[in-house]
Design a protein around this ligand. Structure first.
Ligand SMILES: [Fe+2]
Length: 132
């Protein structure tokens, strides 16, 4: 299982967004731990549901701020969010259908995806906000 760790280079310097990103990391870590600790399917399902709900909430908050601020990159950013939600839902479904024994692919996918997304698209948005 990869180490789920927040690092300084993920800081956008928008306190609200950074706090939500940290929360995302801690929920991914929780999922990672519950898999490592061989928790029951029911526990893993609950942790996964909490995580996916939080992702959706966080994306909605970011998108609301983009609309409010008239961010020109809003549509593209929103569609990137949507792709993530679809892909994550597919992994969760495979897990529910027992095609996947554990949700570690979800942890790996989210870790890589979120790292990349924060460093690129989220940074671009916050930079744009600052220079507005
Ligand atoms: Fe984002």
């Amino acid at each position: 299982m990869p180490k789920v760790k927040w690092s300084k280079d993920l800081e956008t310097e928008n306190a609200n967004i950074d706090n939500q990103h940290k929360m995302l990391f801690s929920l991914i870590e929780k999922l990672s731990n519950s898999i490592s600790e061989k928790e029951t399917g029911r526990v893993i399902q609950t942790v996964t549901a909490n995580l996916t709900n939080y992702i959706i909430e966080h994306f909605a908050d970011e998108e609301d701020l983009m609309i409010q601020e008239n961010y020109p990159g809003y549509k593209k950013h929103k569609s990137i969010h949507e792709d993530l939600v679809i892909e994550a839902a597919e992994i969760v479904e495979q897990y529910h259908n027992k095609e996947l024994v554990m949700t570690s692919p979800l942890v790996i996918f989210l870790m890589e995806w979120i790292n990349e997304h924060i460093k690129k698209e989220d940074m671009d948005f916050v930079k744009w906000l600052k220079n507005k």
